[in-house]
Ligand binder design. Sequence first.
Ligand SMILES: Nc1nc2c(ncn2[C@@H]2O[C@H](COP(=O)(O)OP(=O)(O)OP(=O)(O)O)[C@@H](O)[C@H]2O)c(=O)[nH]1
Length: 320
Amino acid sequence: MTTDPMPAPAWPARKPRLLLVDDQPVHLQVLYRTLAADHQLFMATSGEQALRVAREQLPDLILLDVVMPGQDGFAVLQQLRADRETAGIPVMFVTAHSGEDIETRCLEAGAVDFVPKPINPSVVRARVRTHLTLKFQSDLLRSLAFVDGLTGVANRRQFDERLATEWARAQRLGSALSLILVDVDHFKAYNDHYGHQAGDEALRRVAAALREQARRGTDLVARYGGEEFACLLPDTDLADARHLAEHMLEAVRLLAIPHRTGGASGVLSASFGVATRAGPAQPGWQPAALLGAADAQLYEAKRRGRAQVCAAALGDTAQD
Ligand SMILES: Nc1nc2c(ncn2[C@@H]2O[C@H](COP(=O)(O)OP(=O)(O)OP(=O)(O)O)[C@@H](O)[C@H]2O)c(=O)[nH]1
């Protein structure tokens, strides 16, 4: 009896999710028996169903039959690659047609591997394991590339990408998109008085407090740079964004981080600039305009004495 090696560190705590695709139920049953113990399995008996399940479940790996009525495996793979959501899911072909030509064609089409039928269960398990390990390692690297190392919130790169996609979505649907820029007050004085390490710890706590408030799945809290954070709020109008910023202001105050050189309250505070794009697109509107508007509101909040929220709609010069 062989024992499986320990999972690599990149493996998630949950069971890996596999999609098995074959038009013949008997072949699906064999794969099911081979893989059921260690994986969460989804099954499809046609190309069309496979695409639907792949989009709904976003499996970690797909085992795909080549020859199927309707859309064959090559057509399915092409469509998976064309969809941003499913493009990164690795696909292993499983087929009764063997030979160098078909194997080469499968790999050239973008499959990560090729397994002949009838399958050898232990070989399939080993290959599945190898491709899952590679998939989880690349997921981990990707997530690290988008996370701020100090605070654990999204980094500037992730923010820039999300701003571009959410802006395009808001343009298309005519939905609201709000942005809150947050800047910690008198932070230079904080570092000077308490030291850089205490400054880092304060930034971590502020980031966690902001994230605690932005609870919707589509909200994004990011470290924009230095002691500045940005919160992107899709489908959120100006009144709601302002309301959220007021809660964030209070949450930072409630951290009660002593700051004896930072203003009258004696605790660390932050200033908030809110801007919203609402309604149909106006000529010349760009994501940079939203950033500029939020930054102008942040500047105003600082000018008015810090530890407060200023907000305005994009294209609206009035402030409140
Ligand atoms: N500890 C720590 N400090 C940082 C980090 N990033 C930026 N800072 C510091 O944040 C301070 C920001 O200073 P300023 O831009 O002058 O702003 P401020 O002192 O907060 O003043 P106001 O924004 O006007 O209230 C600088 O001293 C930076 O060194 C970081 O990652 N860790």
